[in-house]
Design a protein around this ligand. Structure first.
Ligand SMILES: Nc1ncnc2c1ncn2[C@@H]1O[C@H](COP(=O)(O)OP(=O)(O)OP(=O)(O)O)[C@@H](O)[C@H]1O
Length: 288
C-alpha cells in the first residue's frame, strides 16, 4: 500500500527542463513539473499544446530529448489514455474490459466497479455505455492496478456538464481514499477541478501555473455556474500570446514569426506563479 511505503508529500515524479522533439520540431520544451503523493496537478492548454506529450514523458511512455524525468522507484501508474485501441466491432463486456491487459479476481473487479459507481453495469456491453459510464469503467480499470499515480488524459471527454461535476468529485474521492497522486489533462481552458492543487497551462512550454481557488470565488463564475458547481469546478482561462503554426513555427502577438516559443527567443514570458491580482489584471477570470 502506497501510504506505508512512501512519505507524505513524496515527489512521485519530477520533470526538469524536459523537451520532446519529433519530426524535426519541438513538441514541448522547458517543462518543469512535479506531482507529489496526494496531489492533483492539472495540465490545461489548447489542442496540440503538448499535454499528452508531457504526461506520456512523465510516466516513461515517451523518451525526452532533453532534460530529466525522475520517478519514485517502482512507481505504479494507472493510465487512462485519451484514445483506446479497442476493436469496437467485437462485443466486449465491462467485466472483460477490466481484464484485457491484466489479471484481476472477480472480487477485485467488483470492488473497483463499486468504487466508481457502476457495479450494475458489470455485464453490460461497453458499446452501450454513456460517455460518463465509459469513463468510470476506464477509471475502475486504472484503479485495479492500485496505482501510486493516476494519469487521466481528458477523463471528462464526451460527458455533459453535470456528468463532469460528478466525475471530478469521484476523482477527488479516489485521491482522498487512496492518497495517490493525480496528473489530470484537460483541453478545456475554462473548466478544471477546484480541488486541483496546481494548474499548469501549456502551449508548447509552460505559460503559467497557479491555484484555481481565486478563480472559483469570482462573482462572475458564481453567476454563470452557481455556488454548487463552484464547490467542484473552477474557471481558469488564460489568453495565449502566440499561435503555433502547422509547420512548427510560432507567430507572436506582434505578428513576428520565430522557430520556437522557447525562452531566449525574445518573446517568451517566463513561467511564474500568478497572484490573484495578476490573474485579474491578465484576464484569467470570468470567461465561460
Ligand atoms: N510522434 C509525433 N511526431 C510528430 N508530431 C507529433 C508526434 N506526437 C505528437 N505530435 C504533435 O505534437 C503536438 C502535441 O501533441 P499532444 O498530443 O501532446 O497535444 P495535446 O495538448 O495533448 O492535444 P489535444 O488536446 O488535441 O489532445 C501536436 O501538434 C501533435 O500533432
Amino acid at each position: 500500500m502506497l501510504k506505508s511505503r512512501t512519505a507524505d508529500n513524496e515527489r512521485l515524479i519530477e520533470m526538469h527542463d524536459v523537451g520532446v522533439r519529433r519530426s524535426g520540431r519541438w513538441l514541448v520544451r522547458n517543462i518543469d513539473l512535479t506531482v507529489r503523493r496526494g496531489e492533483i496537478v492539472t495540465l490545461i492548454g489548447p489542442n496540440g499544446s503538448g499535454k499528452s506529450t508531457t504526461a506520456r514523458s512523465a510516466i516513461g511512455l515517451l523518451k525526452p530529448d532533453e532534460g530529466s524525468v525522475t520517478r519514485v522507484p517502482d512507481l505504479k501508474v494507472g493510465y487512462l489514455p485519451q484514445k483506446l485501441s479497442i476493436d469496437w466491432t467485437l462485443p466486449l463486456s465491462v467485466d472483460r474490459l477490466m481484464t484485457l491487459t491484466d489479471r484481476h479476481s472477480p472480487e477485485e473487479i467488483g470492488v473497483a466497479l463499486e468504487e466508481v459507481g457502476i457495479p450494475h453495469l458489470r455485464q453490460a456491453e461497453v458499446q452501450t455505455l454513456s460517455g460518463g459510464e465509459f469513463q468510470r469503467a476506464l477509471l475502475a480499470r486504472a484503479m485495479l492496478r492500485k496505482p501510486d499515480l493516476l494519469v487521466l488524459d481528458e477523463p471528462v471527454q464526451g460527458v455533459d456538464f453535470s456528468g463532469q461535476v460528478s466525475l471530478y468529485a469521484l476523482i477527488k474521492q479516489i485521491r482522498d481514499r487512496t492518497g495517490c497522486g493525480i496528473l489530470l489533462i484537460s483541453h478545456d481552458l475554462h473548466v478544471v477541478m477546484a480541488d486541483t492543487d496546481t494548474v499548469i497551462c501549456l502551449n508548447g512550454h509552460i505559460c503559467c501555473r497557479g491555484t484555481p481557488e481565486s478563480v472559483a470565488s469570482s462573482a462572475e463564475y458564481l453567476r454563470l455556474f452557481g455556488t454548487r458547481a463552484a464547490e467542484t469546478l473552477a474557471l481558469y482561462s488564460h489568453h495565449h500570446d502566440h499561435t503555433h503554426l502547422p509547420d512548427g513555427r510560432v507567430r507572436h502577438a506582434d505578428g513576428t514569426i520565430t522557430d520556437s516559443c522557447s525562452p531566449g527567443d525574445g518573446h517568451h514570458h517566463h513561467p511564474h506563479e500568478h497572484s490573484q491580482q495578476e490573474q485579474a489584471r491578465e484576464g484569467w477570470t470570468g470567461h465561460a
